[in-house]
Write a protein that binds this ligand. Structure first.
Ligand code: HEM
Length: 145
């Protein structure tokens, strides 16, 4: 397999896998009646690793189909004009972009500095965007064709 698609598929699927593990740790703690703290280093590290892979995937992904013209994922060139790219492919790209932006926000706040600055409740509420982001990237991987 050529190197760019290889990077895109491995980073994309590994990212989804690690993000799923990070999301399952909380519910598993509850089911097994173990302590379920606001933040643990292992869950955070798994989430950060999954997040970084997702960003690598997104950046490399922007160069897979339209070399040097990444905006063509989102718009179509019609003569001298651009129109929004509709259809499953366009939808998948917008959803992926939105997921990647949430991922960046989550990566920025996933450290002790922001946990202290935002305080536990606000920080946890922001971290809950992980669920939305996860649904978006699953939809992205289904709609992309
Ligand atoms: C701007 C953001 C993104 C772009 C431009 C993008 C781009 C792409 C591209 C080009 C493909 C390969 C499509 C193909 O030709 O078959 C792909 C597939 C995939 N993407 Fe993304 N992606 C983005 C965000 C994400 C994020 C944030 C994740 C996960 C965390 C993700 C997960 C996946 C997965 C799992 C696949 C494989 C789907 C399949 O098997 O067909 N993507 N993406």
């Amino acid at each position: 397999m050529p190197v760019i698609p290889f990077i895109i598929y491995t980073s994309g699927y590994l990212s989804i896998f690690l993000l799923a593990v990070s999301l399952l740790i909380g519910p598993l703690n509850l089911i097994l009646r173990r302590k379920n703290p606001i933040s643990t280093y292992i869950r955070r590290d798994i989430g950060i690793f999954g997040g970084v892979l997702g960003i690598i995937h997104s950046v490399v992904g922007l160069f897979m189909r339209f070399t040097g013209k990444p905006w063509l994922y989102f718009v179509k060139e019609v003569g001298d004009d651009f129109i929004i790219r509709y259809g499953n492919f366009g939808l998948a790209n917008y959803i992926g972009l939105f997921g990647a932006l949430i991922l960046i926000l989550l990566l920025i706040i996933s450290n002790d500095y922001f946990l202290g600055k935002l305080k536990a409740v606000k920080w946890e509420n922001l971290q809950r965007f992980t669920y939305l982001m996860f649904l978006l990237v699953i939809a992205h991987s289904i709609f992309i064709d």
